[in-house]
Design a protein around this ligand. Structure first.
Ligand SMILES: [Zn+2]
Length: 427
C-alpha cells in the first residue's frame, strides 16, 4: 500500500440548510473527489465488441438508497431476495446508503452466478452460486491510500453544491457528525461556516475509488473554531480529540434529532396553541417528519416509557450527574422502563401524540430536577487523552494540521438548483 499526499480543493458552495440527515458513512465520495481520466477504447477493441455475437456474461449493479434494506435492493434488481439474504448469513445486514450490489449472470442462465456487495472499502462480500445454493465469502480488496485535504464553505445551498461536484448532501455532512457535540446543526450552523478536512482516498487495482476514514477536520463557525483529530489509542480505541488531546465526545449530544428545525424555543411563558392560554414551555420543539429517529442524548437509564397525558407517548432518561432528558409526542416508543441506553441509540420515533398540533419532538433537559434550555446548557466533557499517549498523538496531529490549513477551495460555480431539490433540504 503506497501512501501519497495530495492536496485537493473542492469548489463547493454549501448551504445554510439547517436541515439534513447526517450519515456515518462516507462511501462514494471518493469517486467524485478523483478526476477520472476519460478512457477512449482503442479502435481495435471497438471493432471486436461490435463483432462479438453475445457477451459471455452481463453485469447489473444498484446503489443502496436511503433507508433501503438488502432484500429491497435485491428485489428491485429482479433477484431472489428470499434465497440470497439468508445465504449471506448476516453479511448483508449492515448496509448503508451508497453501498453497491452487483450481480453477474452467465449468458443463458436466469440466476446470477455471483452477487457482490461493496460495503467496506477493504473488502467485498460475495455470494457465489453452486447449483441452486449460494455460498457467501469475504474477499479482501487490495487498495492504495492517499490523504486528501479539501474545504467546503456553507454559503447558499448545500444541495446545489453537492450536486455540482456529484455527491449527496448526506455525504458532505458526514463531516457534521464529528462536530455534533459542539454545534447543533439544526440551529447553530452559520452562513459561511467552513469545513476543512483530511480524508483517505482508497484506490483499488481496478481503478475504482472509495473514501476511507476522515483523519482530521476543522470547523469555523461564526467566529468559533473547532479542531478534531482522529487518533487510535494503544488499547485500540479510535476517537476524536481536540488540538490539545482533549476528548471531543461529550456527555450530551446537542440535539436528539439529526434532522429537524426548532419551531418553539425554551421560554418561561408562551401562548399555548391548544390550551389557548399562557404557559411556560419547558423544553424545545423540534419539528421533523413522523417516524424520524429520536436518539438518546446521552448514556442513561429509562426512567419512564409510556403514555403521559399531554406529552403523549413519552420517554424519560436519567443520566449520571443529576441530569435527565425527556422526549414527548412520540409515534413509537422503542425502550422499556429500567433499560440501559447508549448515547445515540434510537429510543423512539417522532410523532404527534398527546397535546400536539403536528409532528415534532418536545425535548426537555433537566439538571437536578429543574428544566433548563437544552440549546444553551453547558455539558460536561468526557476523559481527555492520557498523558502517556500525548507524544504519539501530537505527532499525528502535527502531520495533519498543515494539510488542513492548506486546504483551499476552488471558486464556487453558480448553483444549479431545481425547486424540487431545494424542497428536499429546506424541510
Ligand atoms: Zn413543546
Amino acid at each position: 500500500m503506497t501512501r501519497a499526499r495530495v492536496v485537493v480543493s473542492l469548489g463547493v458552495a454549501a448551504l445554510l440548510a439547517v436541515a439534513f440527515v447526517v450519515l456515518p458513512t462516507w462511501s462514494g465520495i471518493g469517486s467524485v473527489l478523483a478526476a477520472q481520466p476519460v478512457q477512449q477504447p482503442p479502435a481495435a477493441d471497438v471493432a471486436a465488441t461490435l463483432a462479438a455475437p453475445t457477451p459471455a456474461y452481463r453485469t447489473e449493479s444498484r446503489e443502496v438508497g436511503e433507508g433501503e434494506l438488502a432484500g429491497e435492493v435485491l428485489r428491485a434488481m429482479g433477484l431472489d431476495a428470499a434465497t440470497l439474504v439468508p445465504a449471506a448469513a448476516g453479511r448483508f445486514d449492515k448496509i448503508s446508503p451508497g453501498d453497491r450490489f452487483t450481480a453477474d449472470w452467465r449468458t443463458g442462465e436466469d440466476k446470477p452466478f455471483r452477487v457482490r456487495l461493496a460495503h467496506d472499502p477493504a473488502q467485498t462480500v460475495e455470494l457465489v452460486r453452486s447449483g441452486d445454493r449460494y455460498v457467501s465469502r469475504v474477499v479482501p480488496v487490495p487498495y492504495r491510500t492517499e490523504e486528501l485535504a479539501a474545504a467546503v464553505t456553507v454559503t447558499s445551498s448545500l444541495w446545489a453544491a453537492a450536486t455540482e461536484v456529484g455527491f449527496s448532501p448526506q455525504q458532505i455532512l458526514g463531516l457534521a457528525k464529528i462536530f455534533e457535540y459542539d454545534v447543533d446543526f439544526n440551529t447553530e450552523l452559520v452562513e459561511k461556516a467552513r469545513f476543512r478536512f483530511v480524508l483517505d482516498r482508497l484506490t483499488a487495482d481496478d481503478g475504482s475509488q472509495r473514501v476511507g476514514d476522515i483523519r482530521a477536520a476543522i470547523l469555523d463557525n461564526g467566529g468559533k473554531t473547532y479542531v478534531a483529530i482522529r487518533y487510535t489509542t494503544k488499547d485500540g480505541t479510535t476517537a476524536w480529540f481536540g488540538k490539545d488531546g482533549a476528548a471531543r465526545r461529550k456527555t450530551f449530544l446537542r440535539s436528539p434529532l439529526e434532522f429537524s428545525r426548532v419551531t418553539s424555543g425554551f421560554t418561561t411563558g408562551r401562548y399555548h396553541p391548544i390550551l389557548h392560554r399562557m404557559r411556560a414551555h419547558k423544553g424545545v420543539d423540534l419539528a421533523a417528519p413522523t417516524g424520524t429517529p429520536v436518539r438518546a442524548a446521552a448514556d442513561g437509564v429509562v426512567a419512564r416509557a409510556g403514555w403521559a397525558g399531554g406529552h403523549g407517548n413519552h420517554v424519560e432518561l436519567k443520566h449520571d450527574g443529576g441530569y435527565a432528558t425527556g422526549y414527548s409526542h412520540l409515534s413509537f416508543i422503542g425502550v422499556k422502563a429500567g433499560e440501559h441506553v447508549h448515547q445515540g441509540e434510537v429510543i423512539g420515533r417522532v410523532g404527534t401524540t398527546g397535546l400536539s398540533t403536528g409532528p415534532h419532538l418536545h425535548y426537555e433537559f433537566l439538571v437536578n430536577g429543574v428544566n433548563k434550555d437544552p440549546m444553551k446548557s453547558i455539558v460536561p466533557i468526557a476523559q481527555p487523552l492520557p498523558d502517556a499517549e500525548k507524544p504519539d498523538f501530537f505527532k499525528v496531529r502535527d502531520a495533519l494540521l498543515p494539510m488542513l490549513e492548506g486546504a483551499t477551495e476552488l471558486a464556487a460555480s453558480p448553483a444549479r438548483e431545481t425547486p424540487e431539490q431545494k424542497d428536499r433540504v429546506s424541510l
